[in-house]
Design a protein around this ligand. Sequence first.
Ligand SMILES: Nc1ncnc2c1ncn2[C@@H]1O[C@H](COP(=O)(O)OP(=O)(O)O)[C@@H](O)[C@H]1O
Ligand SMILES: [Mg+2]
Length: 336
Amino acid sequence: MGRTAEVADEALLDIRELSIEFPVYGGAVRALDGVSLEVRRGEIVGVVGESGCGKSVTSLLALGLLPRDGFRVRAGAIGLLGTDVLTASERELGELRGSRAAMIFQEPLTALNPTRRVGAQMIEVIRRHQPLGKAAARDLAVRALGEMRIADAAEVMRCYPFELSGGMRQRVLIALAFSGDPAILIADEPTTALDVTVQRQVLTLLRERARRSHTAVMLITHDMGVVSQYTDRVYVMYAGRVVEAGSTRDVLSAPAHPYTRALLNGLPEGAPPKAPLRAIPGSVPDLRAPPAGCAFAPRCEHAAARCGERPPMFTRTGAAGHTAACWLEHMEGKSV
Ligand SMILES: Nc1ncnc2c1ncn2[C@@H]1O[C@H](COP(=O)(O)OP(=O)(O)O)[C@@H](O)[C@H]1O
Ligand SMILES: [Mg+2]
């Protein structure tokens, strides 16, 4: 059970028309509404949007990490490396995670036990997923750290997590994630807690490492700068929906959705790197009572009457594979 033949050849992660909700007192939070998203072999895919748009829920669901009794699936399916995640057993999911599908999260400190040395923890995690003796696991840990350009691996392994900088801790966790030779890595805001310079170093190392082993990465971020520098394709999420998707080049050079344009306006293009980001006026709607039409309409300076009535359909915009869900695109006669 749990296998599916429907997963497309090269789609390692294949989320199809997924709608889920969290039951809450007096109603439900419609966290995802018709989300379709694919990550193919070897590509780095960005998922971008403001806080509360459904990025973490998407990544946790993809790995089967949300407790089953905490949410309801209204529609859709998730295929991860050929496994139907929504029906797979905990054992199947456990085998996938940490080996062929790996993950890293925002706060590297919470992923490490503060009371144990880094090396001992790495060896333990490696041995949980691979049939290796202690010495072989240690060798693998040293090699994995070397792959993340940590030259003094033995020194780092002797440290307790708090003795390492945030950037070094995240490099250790990325090294560990790659030690199982995963086909896909899901990284949820892996550098958000780090300062800008360290963030760049860590993401550059992550990208290099992924390219070397042809590992696919789903890179979740709220930062269009990260999308533009580190991803091949991008999905823009707003209020539990994908509102625009395409190659990073197409989406950033010709953004079709006003939300994507608003996110891009926050980019300090040409400005000093520390310039404050311009926030988008207004806020993400309450997903317990989502708007009937386009969820962005209340914040959109171009909104027309139609935008408030029904959610817009996806339509091709410009280049092949570049799509957006915006009524204005339909009205401009660009739909196919
Ligand atoms: N366990 C939960 N119960 C109820 N609502 C939740 C739960 N987890 C997430 N949500 C809601 O789902 C929406 C999406 O959250 P999330 O995926 O964490 O957003 P993001 O990662 O994009 O900031 C938010 O409205 C959030 O409050
Ligand atoms: Mg999140």
